[in-house]
Design a protein around this ligand. Structure first.
Ligand code: HEC
Length: 251
């Protein structure tokens, strides 16, 4: 049972008395009583209008002008509500943030890629791509090493051994030389999984809008049954231009 606060009861009682025209009972007390015979706040537009009503009730001495009484008895915003209101903008920003973030990752291919990254790559490249045994991928780093997606797919398929220690990989301007330690994933992940994790890294760590668009197109193509990426890339023979051909139809 919810208890109705005392001040609310008094207010409703005095309001009822005003409506019925009955006088207050003797046990009523306090400032509410004093205001009971004044015009209800809603009716007060100006003190001039209110004054004839007052004169009908000569017994009551009204100390405050009706508008002063109205101001005094008006509900104020309680302190807790005021602090809640202050928090509203912060809450709004946080709430909008939670709405926006999943819309980038929630699509099929990008979501799948994030899962594969967590399972297969995060141990060396960091949970959020910040690096570890493997290079840092965030802050666009991954895009500098691999401006072209197909080269990155080839790299992940073949790994360090597939390229051979001492050989260059990635963009010539980047100047990466294979030092060893990056596993080959061609036999572990199928084509769809490798492409998904690559698109995830490029979209989320590389902030690549192109990767987000490609992922969306890929989702549509796969959903429509127009593309089957269940096969495995042959790490011995695959070339980046062959990989690039896969995406030509989706553009
Ligand atoms: C066992 C640790 C390890 C795991 C697991 C691993 N990597 Fe790597 N990765 C490396 C190392 C070490 C290098 C540098 C290789 C070299 O120099 O030969 C590297 C290099 C890379 C690069 C090139 C970065 C640059 O800027 O040169 C990319 C991209 C990459 N890895 C992606 C991945 C992806 C995607 C996965 C998961 C599917 C993954 N890695 C899993 C260790 C790892």
């Amino acid at each position: 049972m919810v208890e109705i606060p005392e001040h609310l009861l008094k207010r409703s009682k005095s309001a009822r008395e005003r409506m019925t025209g009955q006088t207050a009972s003797s046990d009523d007390s306090s400032e509410i009583d004093e205001s009971q015979n004044t015009t209800p706040a809603a009716e007060i537009d100006s003190p001039v209008e209110a004054s004839p009503q007052k004169s009908e009730e000569p017994v009551v001495v009204v100390e405050d002008a009706p508008y002063v009484t109205a101001a005094k008895t008006r509900n104020k915003i309680p302190w807790w509500a005021a602090s809640a209101l202050l928090c509203l903008p912060i809450w709004a920003v946080v709430y909008v943030g939670t709405l926006e973030r999943p819309s980038v990752e929630a699509t099929g291919v990008l979501q799948h890629g994030a899962e594969i990254y967590a399972q297969r790559c995060s141990s060396c490249h960091g949970a959020n791509g910040g690096g570890g045994a493997g290079y840092k991928l965030t802050d666009g780093e991954v895009m500098i090493t691999f401006p072209h997606m197909e080269d990155m797919v080839e790299w992940i398929t073949k790994g360090s051994d597939g390229f051979g220690v001492g050989n260059p990989y990635g963009s010539p301007e980047r100047g990466r030389i294979v030092a060893g330690g990056m596993p080959a994933f061609g036999d572990v992940l199928n084509a769809e999984e490798i492409i998904s994790v690559v698109l995830h890294e490029r979209a989320v760590f590389g902030n690549s809008e192109e990767a987000v668009i490609l992922a969306t197109e890929l989702d549509h193509t796969i959903e429509a049954g127009e593309m089957d990426l269940d096969m495995y890339f042959d790490a011995e023979t695959i070339t980046s231009s062959e990989i690039a051909e896969i995406f030509e139809d989706t553009h």
